[in-house]
Design a protein around this ligand. Structure first.
Ligand code: UT7
Length: 333
């Protein structure tokens, strides 16, 4: 049975570190509130002029290196998950593919907010399993600092910028690095819990300019918290059942880094020891579609080849998704 294999992992964080103390000087907040409510100690924000495509290109290049490839590699598909594309039109992925000299590779963006990386992995794995491409580059990249409302302390302290990328190759089911399955879902009736209300065709069709506040990312944190725990735990359990993995056999739970309290609650609901939940939100904040590859790269020292890894994410849409794989022998770059 053909399967998609994880062949390389690359990450890029913009150099500018933003501490909780720096935000406490700008907002009515404190290091203590941010740490205890979210687990975040610092995040990175892009420099002036640094776009999502810039971060994605760097992470993509590093993932290619991690897979023993380089610029101009024979890659048939680039899928870029982002909430913050370089332009409303066209997609950012073709530009990233061109900058990586990937010839005429198919390249497109996926808009599934914080679940985007899992969605992108799923479509790339499908393309490989169907025999349409041999190698795919999957990227999650975000510059949330460009969409955060400067008057909203709840969202502005949470989100960070960054990018992570994975190379997927064709291999066989059961091989180290192989993806065992995916579970994806949505609840569009609750789209307004996480959104940017203005700037799209819904608002432009009124032929009125959006209010300033409508151009920014907005989230109803408390409702999202409850949904995130329920959906990530439910999707994870459904996937494990579908592929026949017991909860006890999962060595590492790599959840979307939205809030350390969410990650602990998901582990608890699933019956997974919280020691097995990978956490790096303290260093990078919530990086949305970049969150899972950044957490995977940070945890590589803890994850051994052959370990069973469960990925799970939740975000705007509402969207959620989970993926399961056995860890390959790779070194992230
Ligand atoms: O990535 C996509 C998925 N995203 C998530 O899953 C995020 C889910 N939500 C959360 O992580 C949490 O809901 C937040 C971190 C956003 C908020 O934490 P919370 O424990 O739910 O706080 P809250 O919204 O209930 O607010 C509690 C208090 C409020 O004050 P009062 O009404 O109790 O006086 C807020 O005004 O905390 C206040 N507050 C703040 N205080 C200091 C809200 N933001 C801040 C802040 N600094 N930055």
């Amino acid at each position: 049975m053909p399967a998609a294999i994880l062949g390389g992992l690359g990450t890029y964080l913009p150099p500018r570190r933003v501490s909780n103390e720096e935000l406490a000087d700008r907002f009515d907040t404190s290091d203590e509130w941010i740490r205890t409510r979210t687990g975040i100690r610092q995040r990175r924000w892009a420099d002036t002029g640094q776009s999502t495509g810039d971060l994605a290109t760097e992470a993509g290049h590093r993932a290619l290196k991690s897979a023993g490839l380089g610029l101009g590699a024979d890659v048939g598909l680039v899928v870029l998950a982002t909430t913050t594309p370089d332009h409303p039109c066209p997609a950012t992925a073709p530009d990233v593919a061109a900058r990586l000299a990937l010839g005429q590779a198919a390249a497109y963006d996926i808009s599934a907010v914080c679940s985007g990386f899992v969605y992108a992995l799923e479509v790339a794995a499908n393309a490989i399993e169907a025999g349409r491409v041999d190698t795919a580059l999957v990227i999650g990249a975000e510059t949330y600092s460009t969409i955060l409302n400067p008057h909203d302390r709840t969202t502005s302290v949470i989100f960070g910028d960054g990018a992570g990328a994975a190379v997927l190759r064709r291999g066989d089911a059961g091989q180290l690095g192989s993806f065992a399955g995916f579970d994806l879902g949505t609840d569009g009736a609750n789209k307004d819990l996480i959104w940017i209300p203005g700037g799209g065709s819904r608002q432009r069709s009124t032929h009125q300019e959006p209010e300033a506040e409508e151009r920014y990312f907005a989230m109803q944190g408390k409702k999202v918290f409850a949904s995130a725990v329920r959906r990530m735990a439910g999707s994870s359990a459904a996937l494990l059942e579908h592929i026949g993995w017991s909860v006890e056999s999962v060595n590492h739970l790599v959840g979307h880094q939205a809030n350390v309290r969410i990650l602990r609650a998901v582990a608890e609901q699933l019956g997974i020891d919280s020691q097995r939940a990978v956490i790096n939100i303290d260093r990078v904040g919530n990086t949305s579609a970049a969150s899972i590859p950044l957490a995977l790269a940070d945890a590589t020292g803890q994850i051994a080849p052959g370990d069973r890894v469960l990925l799970t994410a939740f975000g705007g849409g509402l969207t959620w998704g989970s993926a399961a794989l056995t860890w390959p022998d790779i070194s992230p770059v």
